[in-house]
Design a protein around this ligand. Structure first.
Ligand code: ADP
Ligand code: UDP
Length: 237
């Protein structure tokens, strides 16, 4: 069964999603375009699609090798990855180790405060709503998933934090926070979507330099250089 792309089914902010001829796989194409700050700031980051594709593939393969089931199948080319088509659970989980972003105003703590234990937050992913924060009881009452699935996604989010954090620290990258999404493939929960500097905060462990999308959001300097740096460090990990 082939991975020939048949039709575009989704055009997102910074990726396109295509169906594949075999009907079981999707092709995710990462673009150079980026849109952030609530959609008010847009721009092209040179070669972003290529670096996101490489970084994301490395992380998904690493997680698979360490016992986390994922949707990853293979990299098709420089900017496209083939994944298993999943029935997505409309929850975004954000895992945090260090205070940054929206957690600053919610806790009053300064950016960079190391949390005593990781925080796991849930957001309801719904079109035309600004992904409201929810908890377990909302997820169950709204039937977003069943209680066993909820346990699995929370457990896997915590495991990803642990094993990915340990992996990144060997390359002097601090995993400050990240977002993950899960879906069902043949009734089994798999990690889906993307893990990259577009969906995580990566700080240089020694200098504290931001090596992620915040460089673009906050005008902190060349974004391409940071993505190349993350890619190089991961390739030698
Ligand atoms: P959003 O801004 O809604 O998160 P993206 O631009 O990230 O969207 O587009 C990717 C879309 O593809 C998301 O809706 C995501 O849930 C979905 N997706 C990611 N991986 C899979 C998969 N394996 N199967 C089906 N849908 C997926
Ligand atoms: N994040 C994401 N997609 C979202 C919201 C957040 O990938 O729709 C990531 C974000 O890049 C960061 C983490 O989740 O690594 C925590 O984001 P936060 O709640 O601090 O919001 P932000 O400051 O990114 O708006």
């Amino acid at each position: 069964m082939s991975d020939i792309l048949t039709r575009k089914i989704y055009e997102g902010k910074d990726k396109n999603v295509y169906e594949c001829e075999n009907n079981k796989h999707l092709a995710i194409e990462y673009k150079d375009l980026t849109l952030t700050n609530g959609g008010t700031k847009a721009g092209i980051i040179n070669n972003k699609g290529l670096y996101i594709n490489k970084i994301n593939s490395h992380i998904f393969q690493f997680l698979e090798d360490n016992g986390i089931p994922t949707h990853f199948v293979k990299e098709l080319n420089d900017t496209i990855t083939i994944v298993k088509k999943a029935d997505m659970i409309p929850i975004e989980l954000i895992v945090r180790n260090v205070v940054a972003g929206t957690l600053i105003e919610r806790t009053g703590l300064p950016e960079g405060t190391v949390l005593s234990t990781p925080i796991i937050e849930m957001y309801y992913k719904r079109v035309n709503m600004e992904n409201p924060m929810i908890n377990r009881t909302h997820a169950l009452a709204l039937k977003l998933c069943n209680p066993v699935e909820l346990d699995v996604i929370e457990y896997n989010a915590a495991r990803i934090n642990k094993i990915l954090g340990q992996h990144l620290i060997t390359q002097n990258i601090t995993l400050v926070d990240f977002k993950v999404e899960f879906g069902r493939v043949n009734n089994r929960i798999v990690l889906a979507d993307e893990i990259s500097p577009d969906t995580c905060r990566f700080w240089d462990t020694v200098t504290g330099e931001k090596l992620d999308k915040d460089r673009f959001r906050q005008d902190l300097g060349n974004v391409e250089e940071a993505y190349i740096e993350i890619c190089h460090r991961l390739m030698r990990a």
